[in-house]
Design a protein around this ligand. Structure first.
Ligand code: FDM
Ligand code: MG
Length: 218
């Protein structure tokens, strides 16, 4: 990660609760960047296509049980196995748009109220992964999210879990003082949210080295 390049692409992360519009916004951002003849690529975590991702998918859909720590580390491994490819794309000038990342990783596990699985413990395996140039948090109340067509049947898709996840995202962002977080009011229209995201992306400098990694919580 630690070489200098001029005009590498940007690492843009979009986080939020289920039903906050993350995937639609990632898609729109991808199309807008590509329409301006720049290189961009979309990455979704969990990536359910790899062997690790298939185990995660079995867990999320209720086909398999996992110890809370074990599944947590699989989610993290699913990012570590992808990071070299992301790094190469950034160095080749691609903006990489990431739909959920380490931040979801830490808060969903910590939201389980398992006394042995704190936010600090959950964050630790993320240390050393590439740090986003900007992180957009699509903020929506858990009640509003539930109104948007309701939750599906996957594990974690309950209003109680989502409410805890939202609180923990706030705590996590407060404790990560060197991550560039931008909270976006996601209760607005798709186009308004898209414009807010574009403004943030357009402000990013182009001459930064790719040497930033996620560090410890404060
Ligand atoms: N999730 C997602 C985690 O628990 N840990 C992680 O590291 C990531 C990336 O998996 F409930 C949770 C968040 C969500 C579920 O995610 C599936 P998608 O975005 O709905 O596929
Ligand atoms: Mg989901």
């Amino acid at each position: 990660a630690r070489s200098t390049a001029i005009f590498r692409g940007h690492l843009v992360v979009i986080e939020g609760l289920d039903r906050s519009g993350k995937s639609s916004q990632c898609q729109l951002l991808l199309e807008t960047i590509q329409a301006s003849r720049q290189r961009a690529r979309y990455v979704k975590f969990p990536d359910r296509t790899t062997p690790t991702g298939q185990m995660i998918n079995s867990y999320l859909t209720g086909q398999a049980q996992q110890d809370d720590h074990s599944i947590h580390l699989l989610f993290s491994a699913n990012r570590w196995e992808a990071i070299k490819g992301i790094e190469e794309d950034l160095m080749n000038g691609f903006t990489v748009i990431v739909d959920r990342y380490s931040f979801s990783g830490a808060v969903y596990s910590a939201a389980k109220e398992n006394p042995d699985l704190s936010l600090d413990w959950a964050w630790y395996p993320e240390i050393g992964l590439l740090k986003p140039d900007i992180l957009f948090f699509l903020d929506i109340s858990s009640a509003d999210a539930a109104k948007r067509g309701g939750y599906g049947a996957e594990r974690y898709e309950t209003e109680r879990m989502q409410a805890r996840v939202r609180t923990l995202f706030t705590e996590l962002f407060q404790r990560l003082d060197n991550v560039h977080v931008r909270v976006i009011d996601a209760g607005r229209s798709i186009q308004e949210v898209h414009q807010a995201i574009l403004e943030g992306v357009d402000e990013l400098p182009w001459d930064q080295p790719l040497d930033m990694t996620l560090g410890k919580l404060g």
